[in-house]
Design a protein around this ligand. Structure first.
Ligand code: UD1
Ligand code: CA
Length: 459
C-alpha cells in the first residue's frame, strides 16, 4: 500500500505533493518502483478527492482506493484495508512522499517482521533532527512499546532521537482484525496509523524494528526545500552511476539528467548540460556547454554545441550549433551540419545536409547533399494551414532564399540569392528573382557582363 491521500499543504501547491517531479519523474513513481521490486505485487495506492490526479497517474501500475475524507494515516490505512483482496497475508505500507526508499530496505523490513512472527514491523532511524516526527518509545528491556507523535509528545518524549520512518509491514490477518479499533487523537482528531504499535503490544504480539542509519534517504518530502534536497541527492547518485558506466562529465554538479535518460560509453557532457525525459545519446557524442535536450535521440559521434533539441532524432556524425534549435519532429540525417542559428521543425533531412547559417526549415523534406544558404527560410504557414516543402537531392539553395510552401524542388535544382520561390522548380533548373523566374543555369551571364537589352539593372 502506498499512502498518497494527504493534502501536502506544506508544498503550497495546486498539484498533489506526490506528483511533483524529481529528476523528471513524479515522486510517487519511485515509491511504486521500490514496492513492486520488493513485493512482486501490484501496489494499492490510497488517494483522496483532493489527490485524484494521483489515481490517474498511477492507474497503469497500481490499483487505487479512495480515502473519502482524509483524517490521518490510520484512516487512510482503514480505507485501504477495505479494498484489500482476501488472499493477501502480508501488507507493506509505504509513504508516497518518501521517494528515496530502496527495494532492499523494504525487503529487509518484511524479513524483520517474518523473523519475529510479529504483528507488524517498522523502520526506525536515529535521526540527526527528529523535529516533527513520531518518536519510538521503548521499555527498559529495549522492546518497542508505542509511537508518540511529535504534536502529542511530552517534553521527555520529544528528547528521543529514534524516529518512526513511516514504513511498515503487517500481518494482514491481525491488521484486518484490529484496524477498526483505532480512535482519533484527542489532540488533533486524526486517526494515527502509529497507534497500531501499542495495540499490537496490548495483544501480546511483537513489533519488529529495522534500525537504519540516518542518511537522509527516508526523510519524507513535505516542502519544496526538501524536494530540492532529494533531487540533489538523486542527481549526485545518478551522475556517479553514469560516470562509472563510461560517461565523462567535466563538472557533474552542473549536469542535470532525468531518470529516463540513456547514455553510451564515451559520451562527454560539458558543464551546464540538461538532458530531459527519454533522451538517448550515442557513443562518443559530445554535448556542449549550455545545451538542453528533451526526449530526443542523438546518434553516435555527434557534437551538439550550445543548442536546444526537442523531440527530435539526430543520426550519427552530425554537428549541431552553436545556437541551433531543433523543434519537435526534426530528423537530421548522418554527417549533416546544422550550424549557427539554424532552426528545424517537423522536417526530415537526408544525409550530409548543410544548413550553416541563420535559417529555418519547417514541414520540409530535404534530400541528401543539399546546401541550405544563409538566411533561407521555408514560408510554411499561410496564416491558416501549414504546407510542406519537398527539396530533392543535391539542391543548392542560394543565400536568402524564400520557399513559399507548398513547393517541390527537383533534384539538382538551384536558387539564386534572394529568390522568392512561389512555384515548383523542376529538376536541374535554376530559380532566380522575386518572385522567382525559371532560367537555364547556363543562360546566366557572368557578373561583369553587360546587362541584356530591356533588363538594365536599376541605377
Ligand atoms: C507520519 C507518522 C510519523 C512518522 C512520519 C515519517 C503518523 C500518524 N505519523 O507523520 O510517526 O515519523 O510519518 O515521515 O502516521 N496520508 C494519507 N491520508 C491522510 C493523511 C496522510 O494518505 O489522511 C498519507 C500522506 O499522503 C503521506 C503519508 O500518509 O504520504 C504520511 O502522512 P503525513 O501527514 O506526511 O504524516 P507525518 O505527519 O509526516
Ligand atoms: Ca510526511
Amino acid at each position: 500500500m502506498v499512502l498518497a491521500a494527504g493534502l501536502g499543504t506544506r508544498m503550497k501547491s495546486s498539484a498533489p505533493k506526490v506528483l511533483h517531479r524529481l529528476c523528471g519523474r513524479a515522486i510517487v513513481d519511485y515509491v511504486l518502483d521500490a514496492a513492486i521490486e520488493a513485493t512482486g505485487s501490484r501496489p494499492l495506492v490510497i488517494y483522496s478527492p483532493a489527490t485524484e490526479g494521483v489515481r490517474d497517474h498511477v492507474s497503469e501500475r497500481a490499483d487505487t482506493a479512495l480515502q473519502a475524507s482524509p483524517r490521518g494515516t490510520g484512516d487512510a490505512l482503514r480505507s485501504a484495508v477495505a479494498a484489500l483482496p482476501a488472499d493477501v497475508d502480508e501488507v507493506v505500507v509505504l509513504s508516497g512522499d518518501v521517494p528515496l526508499v530502496r527495494a532492499d530496505l523494504v525487503a529487509a523490513l518484511m524479513e524483520a517482521r517474518a523473523m519475529d512472527a510479529a504483528a507488524m514491523a517498522l523502520v526506525a532511524v536515529d535521526a540527526i533532527d527528529p523535529t516533527g516526527l513520531g518518536r519510538v518509545v521503548r521499555n527498559e528491556a529495549g522492546t518497542v512499546e508505542r509511537i508518540v507523535e511529535d504534536k502529542d509528545a511530552t517534553d521527555d518524549e520529544r528528547g528521543i532521537s529514534e524516529i518512526n520512518a513511516g514504513l511498515y509491514a503487517f500481518d494482514a490477518a491481525w491488521l484486518r482484525r484490529r484496524i477498526a479499533d483505532l480512535h482519533p487523537s484527542p489532540v488533533t482528531g486524526e486517526l494515527y496509523l502509529t497507534d497500531l504499535v501499542a495495540m499490537a503490544r496490548a495483544d501480546g504480539r511483537l513489533v519488529g524494528v529495522l534500525d537504519v542509519e540516518d542518511d537522509g534517504r527516508l526523510m519524507g518530502i513535505n516542502d519544496r526545500s526538501q524536494l530540492a534536497r532529494a533531487e540533489w541527492d538523486m542527481r549526485v547518485e545518478m551522475n556517479d552511476r553514469w560516470m562509472k558506466a563510461g560517461v565523462t562529465m567535466q563538472d557533474p554538479s552542473t549536469v542535470y539528467l532525468d531518470f529516463g535518460v540513456e547514455l553510451s560509453v564515451d559520451v562527454v557532457l560539458e558543464p551546464n548540460v540538461i538532458l530531459r525525459g527519454t533522451t538517448k545519446v550515442g557513443e562518443r557524442t559530445r554535448i556542449g556547454a549550455g545545451s538542453q535536450v528533451f526526449d530526443s535521440v542523438i546518434g553516435p559521434d555527434c557534437v551538439v554545441w550550445a543548442s536546444v533539441v526537442e523531440r527530435s532524432t539526430v543520426e550519427d556524425h552530425v554537428t549541431i550549433g552553436p545556437f541551433s534549435h531543433l523543434r519537435p519532429g526534426a530528423h537530421v540525417g548522418r554527417r549533416s551540419e546544422i550550424g549557427n542559428y539554424a532552426e528545424i521543425k517537423n522536417s526530415r533531412l537526408g544525409e550530409h545536409v548543410r544548413q550553416h547559417h541563420t535559417s529555418y526549415l519547417g514541414d520540409a523534406e530535404v534530400g541528401d547533399d543539399v546546401n541550405v544558404g544563409a538566411g533561407t527560410i521555408t514560408a510554411n504557414y499561410d496564416g491558416v494551414r501549414k504546407h510542406r516543402t519537398v527539396i530533392g537531392k543535391r539542391v543548392f539553395l542560394g543565400v536568402d532564399t524564400m520557399l513559399r510552401a507548398p513547393l517541390v524542388l527537383g533534384d539538382d535544382a538551384k536558387t539564386g540569392a534572394g529568390a522568392v520561390v512561389t512555384r515548383d522548380v523542376p529538376a536541374g533548373k535554376l530559380a532566380v528573382g522575386m518572385p522567382a523566374r525559371m532560367r537555364d543555369p547556363k543562360s546566366i551571364p557572368p557578373k561583369d557582363a553587360p546587362a541584356p537589352d530591356g533588363e538594365a539593372p536599376a541605377q
